[in-house]
Write a protein that binds this ligand. Structure first.
Ligand SMILES: Nc1ncnc2c1ncn2[C@@H]1O[C@H](COP(=O)(O)OP(=O)(O)OP(=O)(O)O)[C@@H](O)[C@H]1O
Ligand SMILES: [Mg+2]
Length: 345
């Protein structure tokens, strides 16, 4: 991820501290994602009524939409402690066994980036999720034996930006999958208002609405833009955020009126100018913009697809007519015909 991605949906360093302060703690403070919120509320409340840990839960969606936030809320709503680990931290089955065998009854285990866990650990997790048991292998070679060890019933909360990479047996062991989608501007406005209150930022409604509109449907970006616009308002004005101030600040930071940032525009630009609108494969496109394929796929694409600017087809990515209009380029005649063969994955 390049450092200069001002609207990068990925949080780093200092930002994590601020995020923790802005994170809603209860389900009813969590703005937007109405369907996920209602489904989750049912799952949690029925578990509480039965006095049993709920099914394992999977949070799936692009970065910055609130997966970690929901995991923390789940532990809060259940009144159970939260243990946090992540796929990349679990390199061997033994790492997972160490975590699982020390869970207390009803504890919530949050595994972030669960799609990046080592394969042998994944297999251990299947058994643990279903039978609350781990098989600890003692010794090596022909003399090795597996000793079954009971573990306390727990609730696994997995998070992933790439649900498609999860093996089916793992996906199937989740009783509920929360599909997180980009937020509507109205929801982002409420999130920005709430954050402004918590950060003591003064702002009028139109100022908040302008930031919401340019936040790429992502709460993390909304909170970040709010802080940058606040900086601008403090230095260039009296600290009060109006629509004009928000517009001036955000164009200074190269966030356009639709919330597209440099990577988004770079992907569109390459797709149209270098590849005549496509179809072009993901890795070719990634090389053209100087990013990792995963960054293009996880960070830029979902939003561009959501905006109807690009489409994924079996033969590769293509620019839609809206994309040509967006960049103000006339499409070459040869692509006109291919634009309508769009099939969603
Ligand atoms: N529904 C929401 N209401 C209010 N604030 C939210 C909401 N969702 C997310 N946020 C804010 O956005 C920030 C990012 O959310 P979070 O860390 O949960 O995203 P994530 O989906 O886990 O991202 P990643 O994939 O990068 O781990 C949090 O600090 C939180 O304050
Ligand atoms: Mg997270």
């Amino acid at each position: 991820m390049s450092e200069d991605r001002f609207v990068s949906p990925v949080a780093d360093g200092e930002e994590k501290v601020i995020e923790a302060a802005l994170r809603p703690k209860r389900l009813d403070e969590f703005v937007g994602q109405a369907r996920v919120r209602e489904q989750l509320s049912l799952v949690l409340h029925s578990a509480l009524r039965r006095g049993r840990p709920p099914d394992h839960l999977l949070m799936s969606g692009p970065p910055g939409l609130g997966k970690t936030t929901l995991a923390m809320i789940i532990s809060g709503e259940l009144g159970m402690p939260l243990r946090i680990s992540s796929g990349p931290a679990i390199e061997r089955a033994g790492d997972l066994a160490a975590v699982l065998s020390t869970l207390s009854e009803g504890e919530v285990l949050f595994l972030d980036e669960i799609h990046r866990m080592a394969r042998p650990a994944e297999e251990m997790l299947y058994v643990a999720m279903e039978d609350f048991r781990v098989d600890v292998v003692v010794g090596k070679g022909p003399g090795a034996t597996a000793i079954p060890l009971d573990i306390a019933p727990f609730t696994l909360v997995g998070a992933t930006t790439r649900a498609g990479l999860l093996p089916a047996p793992l996906r199937d062991r989740f009783g509920f999958v929360a599909h997180m989608d980009f937020y509507e501007p109205a929801d982002l406005e409420r999130i920005i208002e709430r954050s402004a209150r918590l950060l003591n930022v003064r702002m009028d409604e139109a100022g908040g609405a302008e930031i919401a509109k340019r936040s790429r449907g992502t709460p993390r970006i909304a909170n970040r833009l709010l802080r940058r616009v606040r900086d601008y308002a403090e230095v260039r004005a009296d600290g009060f955020i109006t629509e004009q101030i928000a517009q001036d600040a955000l164009s200074l930071y190269e966030v356009d009126a639709e919330g597209l940032d440099r990577l988004d525009r770079g992907v569109l630009d390459a797709l149209m100018r270098k590849f005549g609108g496509g179809p072009v494969g993901l890795s070719t496109l990634a090389v053209a913009v100087g990013e990792e394929p995963e960054t293009v796929e996880v960070v830029a694409e979902p939003f561009l697809v959501r905006k109807g600017l690009i489409a994924r087809t079996p033969r590769g990515r293509i620019a839609t007519p809206a994309a040509w209009r967006y960049l103000g380029i006339t499409p070459p005649l040869s692509v006109e015909g291919t634009l309508f063969e769009v099939t969603e994955e």
